[in-house]
Design a protein around this ligand. Structure first.
Ligand SMILES: *[C@@H]1O[C@H](CO)[C@@H](O)[C@H](O)[C@H]1NC(C)=O
Ligand SMILES: *[C@@H]1O[C@H](CO)[C@@H](O)[C@H](O)[C@H]1NC(C)=O
Ligand SMILES: *[C@@H]1O[C@H](CO)[C@@H](O)[C@H](O)[C@H]1NC(C)=O
Length: 303
């Protein structure tokens, strides 16, 4: 009885993934990772974008990462599951999908961008070709003016925690946003106690696996939203940040220590013209399909 049951399950899984849909081998599959306050599958957000990509590139395999068993869990985990754990889960999802085994392009939205970069650097079974960051915070944030879908009371509470206690061990453990909080007035504290971003940016130690894996990308594309009022400073979307000791003057990636010491392989990528900076007018993640099709789909997803 047991044997028959598992056979039926196998067959139905097979028919859904292989017979039910004809996959178009012309196109490299795509993996999407949503931002804070969002989930894999809302039709008005990443779920809708997934459908648009599928309509435009017929037969393409698109996976929108869901961290957790269902949409409410996925949404909640975006705030309260440690990014290290989220990246592990994402690694399990992409490495257990046979259609992704020959490689895929990855598109992150907001914090999903730095999480996907961590996936590139840490997940040895994942073969990412183009990494596309839509409004990601690669040098962290110093300010959280908007908490997405949380109530203003919860948001205020989170904001207070970040301002006063972001680097406390217990806050790092319970609040994902604390792990990419970057306080320019306390650079050393950030480097030592950020349990996610300082690690993937090789701030304290050089992890050569990170360097190797990131510089193996075909392209690393960073999109900055010029009128972003959610991410502070907006320069972090292009890997810039506030100069240490204050929160006004900013430096850009090419004048940063991370780049000049080539601590994670970005200089290498740049020298091979594989680092692409795109900017667009609009607030955080504000873009229309026409823009996305021309700048992202046509340029990076069509082969
Ligand atoms: C796969 O994509 C190519 C290029 O756009 C197209 O010509 C072809 O019809 C597609 N095949 C399927 C099965 O959708
Ligand atoms: C470097 O990163 C890889 C991938 O996450 C990990 O397996 C390894 O333990 C890290 N090395 C050090 C020295 O931390
Ligand atoms: C958006 O920002 C850019 C660059 O700072 C500026 O030139 C433009 O006028 C802004 N657009 C709007 C609608 O505010």
């Amino acid at each position: 009885m047991k044997v028959i049951y598992s056979l039926v399950v196998c067959l139905s899984v097979f028919s859904i993934s292989t017979l039910g849909k004809l996959h178009n081998e012309t196109y490299t599959p795509v993996v999407l990772w949503h931002g804070m306050g969002d989930s894999c599958c809302f039709s008005f957000s990443i779920g809708g974008l997934k459908t648009k990509i599928e309509d435009t590139l017929p037969g393409i395999h698109v996976v929108s990462l869901k961290i957790g068993k269902n949409i409410p869990e996925d949404l909640e985990n975006g705030y309260f599951m440690h990014p290290n754990k989220q990246v592990e889960k994402a690694c399990e999802i992409v490495t257990s999908d046979p259609l992704l085994s020959n490689g895929f392009n990855a598109i992150g939205f907001s914090q999903g961008s730095q999480f996907l970069r961590a996936l590139v650097q840490r997940c040895s079974g994942a073969r990412v070709k183009n990494l596309i960051s839509m409004g990601g915070q690669h040098q962290g944030v110093y300010g959280l003016p908007d908490c997405g879908s949380l109530t203003s009371k919860t948001c205020d509470y989170i904001r207070r925690m970040l301002n006063h206690a972001a680097y406390y061990g217990w806050v790092q453990k319970i609040l994902a946003q604390a792990t990419y909080w970057h306080d320019p007035l306390n650079e050393d504290v950030y480097r030592k106690y950020s349990t996610f971003l300082a690690d993937i940016n090789n701030e304290l130690f050089l992890n050569h696996t990170y360097i190797k894996r990131l510089s193996d990308l075909n392209n690393f594309v960073m999109v900055k939203f010029l009128n972003d009022t959610v991410v502070q400073p907006v320069d972090t979307e292009w890997f810039g940040f506030y100069e240490p000791g204050q929160a006004e003057k900013v430096y850009d990636l090419r004048s940063s220590r991370i780049y000049q010491e080539d601590r994670i392989g970005l200089k290498r990528l740049d020298e091979q013209k594989k680092l692409n900076f795109i900017s667009t007018e609009g607030n955080h993640l504000e873009f229309n399909w026409k823009w996305f099709e021309r700048n992202i789909v046509d340029t990076y997803l069509r082969s």
